[in-house]
Design a protein around this ligand. Structure first.
Ligand code: FES
Ligand code: FES
Length: 161
């Protein structure tokens, strides 16, 4: 076992993990942050998407020991985030979820997209979320929701290159 320290949703934590454990497993099983979902567990579906040092990242592809000293943000850490709040409202209004399994990862990736660009077309959104899989919605509601959120937040965001 290894003891690591990391920041999770703004809180400095020390946790003992097995060297083979993924960060996704540690978030879910040891820290009870079950908003990070696990689908494929090999980097394809995007359900496990979190932020590591501010970058959207697949939590199933990182060993927890690699997260030593890193700043982790999960969907639970975005409760008070203004862009995430706008996205959640539009996801609700546009029926952008059904079972909700993909939704935490989808929201994190959509927020990442909005924070680094201003998607203005369906093509922009579909390309930006191409790594996120949804088995229920057919994506149309998701695209509408992200475009509506982009429109609403354009004046308040500062996209980074
Ligand atoms: S569970 Fe990580 S990408 Fe599918
Ligand atoms: S809402 Fe069910 S997988 Fe996306």
């Amino acid at each position: 076992m290894r003891t690591i320290t990391l920041s999770v949703n703004g809180e400095d934590l020390t946790v003992t993990v097995e060297p083979r454990e993924s960060l996704a497993d540690v978030l879910r099983e040891r820290l009870d942050l079950t908003g990070t979902h696990l689908g494929c567990e090999h980097g394809v579906c995007g359900a496990c998407t979190i932020e590591v040092d501010g970058k959207a990242t697949r939590a199933c592809l990182i060993l927890a020991v690699m997260a030593e000293g890193r700043r982790i943000t999960t969907i639970e850490g975005l409760r008070d985030d203004p862009v995430a709040a706008v996205l959640r409202r539009h996801f609700h209004e546009q029926h952008a979820l059904q079972c909700g399994f993909c939704t935490p990862g989808m929201l994190i990736m959509a927020r990442d997209l909005l924070n680094r660009s201003t998607p203005s077309s369906e093509k922009d959104v579909r390309e930006g979320l191409a790594g996120q899989m949804c088995r229920c919605t057919g994506y149309a509601g998701i695209v509408r929701a992200v475009l509506a959120a982009a429109d609403e937040t354009t004046s308040t965001r500062s996209p980074t290159p």
